[in-house]
Write a protein that binds this ligand. Structure first.
Ligand code: NAP
Length: 319
């Protein structure tokens, strides 16, 4: 039987490429740079499967891929999928939940600790040789342990962060979510709060909702004003869940103490973005899941999802 054609717009580790080659006729974009859209549109003309990371899977692309049956993203967020258009064209979408939860939760803790203890700022100062004998500047940060942690979005990753906050740092953890999670409340001894109460009472606020029309600018001017002046805000979800301009103003006016950001409204972040020059903002280039082990596990899951969706054998995580 002839194998189905799959195009991957992302280079894959050898073991994953070998797995795919056993099952499908694979072609891979052989550069580490982002594939230009017009080339992608050419490559997909006769394929049944596509492996992607962030390219818009929309009407424009689907129209040009009459044989496409499944698109597998190596990510858990799938806001680049136009799910309505994919349903219309009967194209299955799959993603990679669960395998990255611990890795993203670790990074969120790192952002909290970095912002609270001013680690990047003081690391840079130490390396500049500005730590002088007799220098008694205390360079105070704020504690993380025993503080109030409010998590917005109690999904797979939110729960994993809650566990760390509660069990690792003795924090008082609360959450806001679209639906209440009584089993998680009971298991982790965490409390559900309204969005307003969570924002006004928390010392650390972590945003972990998926990007959707309802969550675009979920945190904006009003929400930053509700936060304590001592609050530290962490976003590791998607850049557009936050009104970045409002966040910049809140930080400039001292309405919140600090921020830890893995994501930005525009990525890669513009070099002129004021957030990049603020000492009380920790900035990272969207590396939530970026460890060698986890990225490998995500790519393998994406490959298995795609093979299962194309062959009808086995299960896959559909979006
Ligand atoms: P998940 O398990 O689907 O959890 C998302 C949670 O958000 C769910 O509990 C959901 O509520 C809640 N939610 C959705 N819309 C909401 C709304 N309008 N108001 C309040 N709550 C809402 O997803 P996950 O695996 O935890 O991942 C969350 C997001 O993190 C991903 O979508 C992705 O964008 C981001 N992410 C970022 C990185 C990174 O590298 N920085 C890595 C992985 C993921 P229900 O239970 O009611 O549906």
């Amino acid at each position: 039987m002839t194998k189905q054609k799959v195009f991957s717009e992302k280079q894959l580790p050898q073991n994953i490429q070998s797995y795919l080659e056993e099952h499908v006729d694979l072609k891979v974009w052989d550069k580490s740079t982002q594939m230009p859209r017009e080339l992608l549109l050419k490559e997909i003309k006769d394929v049944q499967g596509l492996i992607t990371t962030g390219s818009a899977i929309n009407e424009e692309l689907l129209q040009q891929a009459p044989e496409l049956k499944a698109v597998s993203t190596i990510s858990v967020g799938y806001n680049h999928f136009d799910t309505e258009a994919m349903r219309k064209y009967k194209v299955i979408g799959t993603h990679t939940p669960y395998v990255l939860d611990d890795t993203v939760a670790d990074l969120v803790m790192a952002l909290m600790l970095s912002a609270a203890r001013r680690i990047p700022e003081l690391d840079a100062m130490t390396k500049r040789g500005e730590w002088k004998k007799g220098d008694d500047n205390p360079r105070f940060g704020v504690d993380v342990h025993h503080k109030k942690l409010g998590i917005i979005g109690m999904g797979r990753i939110g729960e994993t962060i809650a566990k760390r906050g509660k069990n690792g740092f003795d924090m008082e953890v609360s959450y806001f979510n679209r639906s209440r999670k009584p089993e998680v409340e009971e298991k982790l001894h965490i409390e559900y709060k309204s969005k307003d109460d969570l924002l006004s009472e928390s010392d650390f606020i972590v945003l972990m909702v998926p990007l959707s029309p309802e969550t675009k600018h979920f945190i904006g001017e009003k929400e930053f004003k509700q936060m304590k002046n001592s609050a530290i805000f962490i976003n590791a979800s998607r850049g557009q869940t936050v009104d970045e301009q409002a966040m910049i103003e809140a930080l400039q006016k001292g309405e919140i103490l600090a921020a830890g950001l893995d994501v930005f409204e525009q990525e890669p972040v513009e070099p002129t973005n004021p957030l990049l020059t603020m000492k009380n903002v920790v900035t990272l280039p969207h590396i939530g899941s970026a460890t060698a082990e986890t990225r490998n596990a995500m790519a393998m899951l994406a490959a298995k999802n795609l093979v299962a969706a194309l062959t009808g054998k086995g299960t896959y995580y559909s979006v």
